[in-house]
Design a protein around this ligand. Structure first.
Ligand SMILES: *Cc1c(COP(=O)(O)O)cnc(C)c1O
Length: 392
């Protein structure tokens, strides 16, 4: 019997798109590891003809994530960048985008080194101030794309405010929701048109696959994205989709723990004199703490701030000392997995953003980004404690 879509978040994470298999009763739907499907006659089949166009395991995943994001449709891709690129293929030469100035480094690279060849223009601005957003819109602007919290400075943009500006000016509003996951932030509920994710991070959550997805309730746009998925072909494998579906069942419990651990560590870090500044929206000293408290909420309405903390160590030397000093945290790209990671944005995730550009918004050589995992927080705190004591 199909499950009700008006069930609550954690129930939908478990059951939407995850019906027991009608053929065998298997509680977990099987993986359809097949590239093609038998046809009874020319073009007569059961709705599937080739797995680039459609695959049941992929459709199950798309249904679950769409439901969790309060969207009607989801279109899955082979990576977060493939999901983002599929959105950009909506635009044409001469079109202009307004974007948050500190976005994921790969997003900046794709727009400035690939899509610029196709004549798509960009303005990179501080979207924490809605006046800046209004001021950057030109007669060629077609969309506003934001990341909130931003990567890696953790600044917060007003989702409802951006959605309203976009509606007034007839622009598409797009949000990269990778940092919060739908458990802590559902931009469509604030009026945003399109959300995309790097599934690689919290949605998959175990640092073992690369994936992406776009969700929307705009049917025309969803049809177009599905057409792009089939036509350009950056599809995820059925196996990766299946692993992600498995991961989504624990999204809520994982996010609660990421959030609780990060809140505690942020409190610990602000008291350390070796740390010059802590960037975490859960701190009352964060400039957009009130906005974060309003807009980032668990499905039952409690404010949440996520699992990412950036810290300013004061110098490249200190950043390196710290990264070499940690023993439970692992120095690695990426975030959102169950294990804690430390990243040096200037040389790693944001290495493709020019120095002058990144320093203009605070991304210095001394900045370190922590992805707080779900280990015992006492071990994480002790690890930071001993690594910080080696700094100057
Ligand atoms: C990792 C990441 C991406 C890119 O996703 P991939 O799965 O690595 O292609 C995009 N946006 C954000 C915020 C990310 O953290």
């Amino acid at each position: 019997m199909p499950r009700k879509i008006d069930h609550r978040f954690d129930t939908r994470a478990m059951h939407v798109g995850q019906e027991p298999d009608p053929a065998t009763g298997a509680v977990v739907p099987p993986i359809y590891l097949t590239s093609t499907f038998a046809q009874e006659d020319f073009g007569v089949h059961k709705g599937y003809d080739y797995s680039r166009a459609a695959n049941p395991t992929r459709q199950n995943l798309e249904a679950t994530i769409a439901s969790l994001e309060s969207a009607s449709r989801g279109v899955a891709f082979a990576s977060g960048m493939a999901a983002f690129s599929a959105i950009v293929t909506r635009f044409k030469s001469g079109d202009h985008l307004v974007l948050s100035e500190n976005v994921y480094g790969g997003t900046y690279r794709a727009l400035t080194q690939v899509f610029d060849r196709f004549g798509i223009g960009c303005s990179w601005i501080d979207t924490t101030r809605l006046d800046n957003v209004r001021g950057a819109i030109t007669s060629s602007t077609v969309a506003i794309l934001i990341e909130t919290p931003s990567n890696p400075m953790m600044s917060i943009t007003d989702l409802a405010g951006v959605a309203q500006i976009a509606r007034e000016r007839n622009l598409l509003s797009i949000v990269d929701n990778t940092f919060m996951s739908p458990y802590f932030q559902r931009p469509l509920e604030h009026g945003i048109d399109v959300v995309y994710h790097s599934i690689t991070k919290y949605l998959a959550g175990h640092s073992d696959i690369i994936g992406g997805i776009v969700v929307t309730s705009n049917e025309e746009l969803a049809d177009d994205l599905a057409f792009t998925q089939k036509s350009l072909g950056a599809v995820p494998s059925p196996f990766d989709c299946w692993l992600t579906s498995r991961s989504l069942k624990t999204l809520g419990v994982r996010m609660e723990r990421h959030n609780a651990n990060a809140l505690r560590l942020a409190g610990f870090l602000v008291d350390r004199q070796e740390v010059k500044q802590v960037f975490y929206p859960g701190l009352e000293s964060h400039p957009q703490h009130a906005l974060a408290t309003r807009q980032q909420t668990s499905p039952d309405g409690r404010p949440a701030y996520g699992g990412i903390i950036s810290i300013e160590t004061g110098s490249l030397d200190n950043a390196r000392r710290f990264a070499r000093g940690v023993k439970v945290f692992t120095l690695a790209e990426s975030l959102g997995g169950v294990e804690s990671l430390v990243n040096h944005p200037a040389t790693m995730t944001h290495g493709s953003v020019p120095r002058q550009k990144r320093e203009s918004f605070g991304l210095t050589d001394g900045l370190v980004r922590l992805s707080v995992g779900i280990e015992d927080v006492r071990d994480l705190e002790a690890d930071l404690d001993q690594a910080l004591s080696g700094l100057k």
